[in-house]
Design a protein around this ligand. Structure first.
Ligand code: ADP
Length: 393
């Protein structure tokens, strides 16, 4: 019945054997006349579309089950490949369209629409279609698992780069410790020698040497902190002055930054109790936030970065780093604290996620807000833990 020249006439009943074949087919099969009216429909077609045979036969097939595209836009009948078969006489196949059921739901189909000829005259088309829901679901599952695989591969790649960096930093920290200790010893020796002489100009040099010793000591602390951080040893907590931590970390962040257009301002509230923290780690958080702010400002004219502290009602210290830069890139809003999220060409995208784990390790919270007049503010809190001797206050 699907032959090129010996197809059934649109009004003729099907012969018995063809009926059996059509009834047995799992694919939907229906015929069309040259007006696009359904001439017959097999049981599978009727079942899949949710109509009765009476409702289907005689109705405009396109209006009934093919009126809308998969994206929900109308499907003009002049563009219908099924109807094209009985106007251009060619076979038309589609691998991924949808048919619509009587209840208004749709299902994905692949179909072939074949013209029917009768003595050289086009008299209609026969359409064979298949519900491809399961195949599409299997394809989707496969795509998703491939996507997950790709994502884990790329995460793994990042993580291995990071752990390689961690190892390198650990080795570097170890190597740097020795020359730093040597510098410290030499400077101390020079200081002792000068202290023993009666040269009046020595006082000035001794003062310089003292300043040098403070810097060497600071470098050693940073390196110790780095090694502890890499080794995830966070037990090095002591009672510290938050404002001092901020001033020191900010100076490190500003050092050699070359941001001439940026005005830096401290608005540090006075009179805080000491807080029980790992000083180097908290410095790392401030360093990151200040650097991020500076990088966001870039060459902005009248760039302004404010670093402020305030006491909160729930007995925490809140630190703010506020800039008047371009604000957050919409692309990464909501994913800011995830690892490997960055908009910078050379960014690793781990700064904020490290900051968040440090702050949370200290029982605090880190979050961001958009400033009304532009730019971003990053906030974090650290709880004020009293020393035993202060508990009676
Ligand atoms: P990285 O600095 O390597 O990109 P971060 O975790 O520090 O990684 O920051 C992630 C992203 O968050 C940055 O790439 C940037 O897009 C955005 N971001 C961070 N701070 C700011 C800020 N002050 N203003 C605008 N965007 C920021």
């Amino acid at each position: 019945m699907t032959g090129n020249s010996k197809g059934p006439r649109d009004t003729e009943p099907l012969p018995g054997f063809s009926d059996l074949i059509l009834a047995a087919s799992g694919d939907g099969i229906y015929g069309l006349d040259t007006q696009g009216h359904t001439t017959f429909a097999n049981p599978a077609a009727v079942r899949m579309c949710g109509y009765t045979v009476e409702e289907m036969v005689g109705a405009s097939q396109h209006n009934l089950i093919h009126h809308t595209r998969p994206d929900g836009t109308p499907y003009p009948r002049l563009e219908c490949p099924i109807y094209a078969a009985f106007s251009d006489g060619k076979v038309h196949r589609k691998k991924d369209e949808v048919f619509w059921r009587k209840d208004g739901t749709s299902f994905p189909v692949e179909y072939v629409s074949t013209p029917i000829w009768d003595n050289g005259r086009l008299i209609g088309a026969v359409v064979s279609f298949r519900d491809i829901t399961e195949r599409k679901q299997a394809e989707k599952t496969l795509r998703e698992s491939e996507e997950r695989l790709r994502k884990s591969q790329s995460d793994l790649h990042h993580v291995s780069r990071l752990s390689a960096m961690g190892e390198m930093a650990s080795g570097l920290a170890h190597e740097l410790n020795q020359p730093l200790t040597a510098v410290m010893n030499y400077v101390q020796a020079a200081k002792r020698t000068l202290e023993a002489s009666d040269d009046v100009s020595s006082a000035q040099v001794i003062d310089y040497l003292d300043k040098g010793l403070i810097q060497v000591d600071r470098a050693s602390n940073i390196i110790r902190g780095l090694r502890k951080f890499i080794n995830k040893d966070n037990s090095d907590r002591s009672f510290e002055d938050i404002n001092e931590i901020i001033e020191e970390a900010s100076k490190l962040a500003f050092a050699g930054s070359g941001f001439e257009n940026t005005k830096f301002e401290f608005q540090l509230s006075k009179g805080f109790k000491l807080i029980f923290v790992d000083k180097v780690q908290v410095q790392q958080v401030i360093f990151n936030l200040v650097r991020n702010g500076m990088e966001a400002l870039g060459d902005t004219r009248d760039g302004h970065l404010v670093i402020a502290t305030e006491k909160t009602l729930d007995n925490c210290i809140e630190v703010f780093v506020r800039d008047n830069g371009p604000g957050l890139d919409e692309e990464i809003a909501g994913r800011l604290f995830q690892s490997f999220v960055t908009t910078k060409p050379n960014g690793m995208g781990v700064g904020l996620s490290i900051c968040q784990s440090i702050v949370e390790d200290h029982a605090g919270r880190l979050w961001e807000t958009r400033n009304q007049d532009g730019g971003m503010t990053f906030h974090f809190t650290l709880p004020i833990v009293l020393k035993d001797s202060e508990n009676g206050e």
